[in-house]
Design a protein around this ligand. Structure first.
Ligand code: NAD
Length: 433
């Protein structure tokens, strides 16, 4: 099939590459010319394991190309995928300006029947809005289909090629048949719904996962006070098939470009129809508080943080990505700056993105974890990169002014810490001092 993907970010680029890998002819379009130029030079603007090889293979074999102009690709394709961003507005609602613009651009480029497939996460009713925008600008026939995206950054290629399920929200048998055929090589779990239900499935899924995370984080906070170990509690809960073990890892809370934005948007979607989503509001509040528990633990062990030197291992919101959108590390580093601390940071790949968002004279950018530890009063692990899991703690401790370790991701075991002199604080597990 001939496909145009509009928006060459984490979702658009990965989807485009994977559809090409399945044998389709794909053009990935982005309005940022520099992004397209770098892709045409073989440089990949995002970090995602496995993507470079697939881009190289599929461009060489002539199935994948890049363009900063959608007219010709849209003319030549029957399926147009919308994968632009839907960032939050100040009130939490999704900003649909990019989606609206793309709908207008598609309409003006149309030269015959097209299927417009929305992968961007959009509030219920948006695909109807897209339909309205396009039909005002063109007389050519088209169908709109909602196919929400569930990939996770860091394992996006694997997730796209082996999805748990594909949701196809459609009111057109013709479009539904074609989009089903496009996805059939990926999974048998293709669920056909109406368009509004498909849009809601995406928000409901992310809200539920966020709820699981905040739930286990609250259990962790209680565990700390009653002397239980949340990691054991989570294992015990997870064996119950009705609960499942995933998303029960206590830590410093969720971040990234999806959960914070989509929970906020769903609260707003509910609010727009006069429904107060109390549970989800609490999930968001718990998540915000959880980040600052790191600061509370530092203060508990060091007192005033003014002029203290604090090391940070990890800035990305999770390992295997360079994405720092809404990463807990942003709030934590900013709180440390505000408290007058000196901060030494290192992340294997997210530092350039982080520097664009947080800049302060009291931040020292380091090249590796031991350099961070040097001269520190405490080190906080914020992202569970393998590089940090493999740190030689005895070597790190020897470089520090005081051996205090705040493990925001419960990476280190009791046995590892017992071999050191660290005062060790993790999340929902007994402290070791
Ligand atoms: P992103 O910000 O990484 O990429 C969006 C791209 O769209 C940018 O490169 C931007 O330049 C481009 N763009 C914007 N307007 C354009 C236009 N008019 N023409 C051409 N290109 C344009 O966003 P993302 O993380 O890939 O997310 C895209 C959508 O998918 C969002 O709705 C997001 O919620 C959803 N989603 C994201 C993930 C994820 O893990 N990142 C997972 C599932 C769903």
């Amino acid at each position: 099939m001939k496909i145009t993907v509009i928006g060459t970010g984490y979702v658009g680029l990965v989807s485009g590459v994977c559809f090409a890998e399945l044998g389709n002819e794909v053009v990935c379009v982005d309005k940022i010319k520099a992004k397209i130029d770098s892709l045409n030079r073989g440089e990949v603007p995002i970090y995602e394991p496995g993507i470079e090889e697939l881009i190289e293979k599929n461009t060489k074999e002539g199935r994948l190309s890049f363009s900063d102009n959608l007219t010709e690709p849209v003319e030549n394709s029957e399926i147009i995928i919308i994968a632009v961003g839907t960032p939050p507005l100040p009130n939490g609602e999704a900003d649909l300006q990019y989606v609206d613009q793309v709908a207008r651009d598609i309409a003006l480029a149309m030269n015959g029947y097209k299927i417009v497939m929305t992968k961007s996460t959009v509030p219920v009713g948006t695909n109807e809005r897209i339909k309205g925008i396009i039909s005002e600008l063109t007389a050519h026939p088209f169908d709109v289909v909602s196919v929400p995206e569930f990939l996770r950054e860091g394992s996006a290629i694997k997730d796209t090629l082996n999805p748990d399920r594909i949701i196809i929200g459609s009111d057109s048998p013709k479009a539904q048949e074609q989009i089903t055929r496009l996805h059939q090589p990926l999974t048998d779990n293709i669920i056909i719904t109406d368009i509004r239900s498909a849009e809601m499935i995406k928000y409901a899924s992310n809200a539920f996962l966020a709820t699981k995370i905040s739930f286990i984080n609250e259990i962790a906070n209680i565990c700390e006070k009653v002397g239980a170990d949340v990691t054991k509690v989570a294992v015990g809960m997870g064996y119950d098939k009705r609960i499942g073990s995933s998303f029960l890892q206590a830590g410093i809370g969720y971040g990234g470009s999806c959960f914070p934005k989509d929970t906020g948007a769903l609260i707003q979607i509910a609010g727009n129809v006069n429904y107060e989503f109390k549970l989800l509001k609490a999930v968001v509040d718990v998540n915000t508080d959880q980040r600052f528990n790191v600061i509370a633990k530092l203060k508990e062990s060091l007192g005033d943080l003014k002029d203290r030197t604090i090391g940070i291992w990890g800035l990305a919101f999770k390992p295997n990505t360079d994405d720092i959108r809404d990463a807990p590390a942003i709030d934590i580093v900013e709180a440390l700056v505000a408290a007058g601390a000196r901060i030494r940071v290192y992340d294997p790949i997210a530092m350039p993105n982080f520097k664009r968002v947080v800049q302060h004279a009291s931040i020292e950018w380091c090249d590796e974890p031991y350099e961070v530890a040097t001269g520190c009063d405490a080190v906080c692990l914020l992202t569970e990169w393998d590089e940090f899991k493999n740190v030689d703690l005895i070597q790190a401790e020897a470089l520090m002014k005081q051996p205090i370790l705040i493990d925001g991701r419960n990476v280190f075991s009791k046995e590892q810490i017992e071999k050191t002199n660290f005062s060790y604080y993790s999340v929902g597990r007994p402290s070791m001092t």
